[in-house]
Design a protein around this ligand. Structure first.
Ligand code: KIV
Ligand code: NA
Length: 279
């Protein structure tokens, strides 16, 4: 597998071949995603919930993002890697954002950063990209702003809302973003935005008119207990939780019954030594 670069992503868009992206939060989740041939791996701040058990993304620290980015980067040979700038690490000023972006790149070893926001983040995106760090902008539903959005709501459902999404996407492209991530917007809006932009759009809950798709790995692989709430856009492609449960329950039963370990799991001792030892 060849290393995916920004040129690869641009050429996929030109060929109208969808770009595949998935989140990873540690070495094994990145390892499997990279081996499966994902073109992009995102260390999303969703790791706050899926890896750290936090309530929402607002709790995760830049240092924690960096630690996880570094383990993902070690496992990733082919995919183009993106690290999320967590809440509080980029909103204060473009220079704060650049300082944080440089840390994610230098210490986290990923290749680009993602931040949430549209028009109002344009100067920040310019600042980071002019330092040679590729930026992907996340517009539509921006989870870090859940409280000011009034919860996890679909964005761009009204004419005014749709125009805002388009305006944001155009502004971040103008500011130098190499791609635009569209979360939870009507498919028609995402399709139109994709048509109007020159850079690729990556959708999540944004229909199939985008240039690519992204999902959170623990969601799409079914790595969570039954009964958990899933957003409408998630498709469960696997049952990693069920497989883990089956394996661990079998292990438990075999330890309790002494079926495990068997001789082939055990280190033998030469008979002569054993005799000496038992004397
Ligand atoms: O943090 C994350 O996983 C994300 C994706 C949902 C796009 O931002
Ligand atoms: Na995120």
């Amino acid at each position: 597998r060849k290393k995916v670069t920004l040129d690869t992503l641009r050429s996929l868009r030109r060929k109208n071949e969808p770009i595949t992206m998935i989140t990873a939060h540690d070495f094994p989740s990145a390892h499997v995603a990279d081996h499966a041939g994902m073109e992009m791996i995102l260390v999303g701040d969703s790791l706050a919930m899926v890896a750290l058990g936090m309530e929402d993304t607002s709790e995760v620290l830049l240092d924690e993002m960096i630690l996880h980015c570094r383990s993902v980067a070690r496992a990733t040979k082919s995919a183009f890697t993106v690290g999320d700038l967590p809440m509080g690490s980029y909103e204060i000023s473009p220079s704060q954002a650049l300082t944080s972006a440089i840390r994610i790149i230098k210490e986290g070893r990923v290749q680009s950063v993602k931040l949430e926001g549209g028009t109002e983040m344009a100067p920040t995106i310019s600042k980071i990209t002019s330092a040679g760090i590729p930026v992907i902008a996340h517009v539509g539903l921006t989870p870090q702003r859940q409280h000011s959005l009034g919860g996890f709501r679909v964005q761009g459902k009204t004419t005014i809302g749709a125009l805002k999404v388009l305006e944001d996407a155009l502004a971040v492209q103008e500011a130098g973003a190499f791609a635009v991530l569209l979360e939870a917007v009507p498919a028609e809006v995402a399709r139109l935005v994709t048509k109007k932009l020159d850079v690729p759009t990556i959708g999540i809950g944004a229909g199939n008119g985008c240039d690519g798709q992204v999902l959170v790995q623990v969601d799409m692989s079914g790595n969570f207990p039954p009964g958990r709430f899933l957003p409408k856009f998630v498709k469960k492609y696997g049952d990693v939780w069920g497989e883990g449960m089956r394996a661990i329950e079998s292990y438990k039963a075999e330890v309790k019954s002494r079926a495990y370990p068997e001789p082939q799991h055990t280190y033998p001792m030469p008979a002569q030594e054993l005799m000496e030892f038992e004397k």
